[in-house]
Design a protein around this ligand. Structure first.
Ligand code: A2P
Length: 284
């Protein structure tokens, strides 16, 4: 396996096996010019994950043009913000993103977080209305694939009941200590490819003794061990870094194979920290 490997989504579209996450790191919140995107493109990342809420789409679009990389080689994802739930609103959110990116289409468009306020009929209907907008964008050729982010089975089931087109991707927080086994199994059983955000546990796993020890077996850093584990569990990792050396390190993960014991240690780690955000705790 190497960084150029792609999975096939249920509609036949191919998605890279690793991506670059652009959610603002704490020190960069509010900055208009996130560092890292140009470097990621140079280092070989072809999947770039953004969102309306990250406020970096104009910068990302400019970085793509600067890179000179053929648009067809890239896989650009954005997400419909919580501020734009509902059919017309979601279409408006998408238009803003596309205008900011100055692209003609996106490869993947996701609902960022499920609605969940009020009685179930209310938020389920709202999620279905948002989904209907994504279906329209897909049918009209503005997006090559559609999916959801941070949905758990109890959000996905009602959405799928009313969907004309089933979600092709589930993106969720995924790292050792937080493997979200139930949503991942549910997504796979329904033909979705899974992407993992904050695969490094928002950085909280990087000084972990067990990971440092396992890394010594392969002469790799804890981050590389985690990302190798992630791709080998079939989940697309979306690591974030603003540091050129670490951006490169995070894609240099395909030249070693971990033992079954080491893989199993990572899959069975205790929770030692992550974002703390869950679909049921996000209210914005
Ligand atoms: P930095 O930008 O200084 O590299 P996650 O993707 O799980 O949310 O983790 C992001 C955090 O992990 C950031 O704080 C980032 O900081 C740090 N990070 C990313 N890659 C590495 C790496 N290879 N080694 C150490 N820290 C890393």
């Amino acid at each position: 396996m190497d960084a150029s490997q792609r999975y096939r989504l249920s509609n036949g579209v191919e998605i890279p096996c690793i991506g670059y996450g652009t959610a603002p790191l704490n020190e960069a919140i509010g900055q208009e010019m996130p560092v890292g995107i140009d470097e990621a493109l140079v280092c070989g990342y072809r999947l770039i994950d953004t969102a309306w809420a990250y406020k970096n789409e104009a910068y990302l679009g400019a970085a793509i043009r600067r890179s000179g990389i053929d648009r067809k080689e890239l896989f650009v994802t954005s997400k419909c913000s919580n501020r734009f739930r509902g059919y017309e609103q979601a279409l408006a959110c998408f238009k803003e993103s596309l205008d900011l990116l100055r692209l003609e289409y996106l490869d993947l468009y996701l609902i960022h977080w499920p609605a969940k306020d009020g009685p179930p009929e209310q938020w389920q209907k709202l999620n279905s209305e948002t989904w209907r907008a994504l279906e329209t964008l897909y049918k009209d050729g503005y997006v090559r694939a559609i999916g959801v982010s941070n949905f758990w089975p109890h959000h996905l089931e009602p959405l799928m009941e009313h969907a004309e087109i089933p979600p092709m991707v589930l993106q969720l927080e995924y790292h050792p200590g937080y493997i979200q086994a139930e949503p991942v199994a549910f997504a796979r059983a329904h033909g979705m490819i899974v992407e993992g955000w904050s695969p490094l546990g928002t950085g909280k796993l990087l000084n972990n003794e067990t990971l440092l020890e396992i890394g010594k077996n392969y002469n790799k850093s804890p981050a590389q061990v985690i990302l190798n584990w992630c791709v080998n569990t079939g989940v697309i990792p979306l690591p974030k870094s603003h540091n050129e050396a670490r951006i490169l390190q995070n894609i240099d993960i395909f030249d070693f194979k971990m033992s079954e014991d080491d893989m199993s240690t990572l899959s069975n780690m205790e929770y030692i920290g992550g974002s703390g955000w869950t679909p049921d705790s996000i209210t914005w």
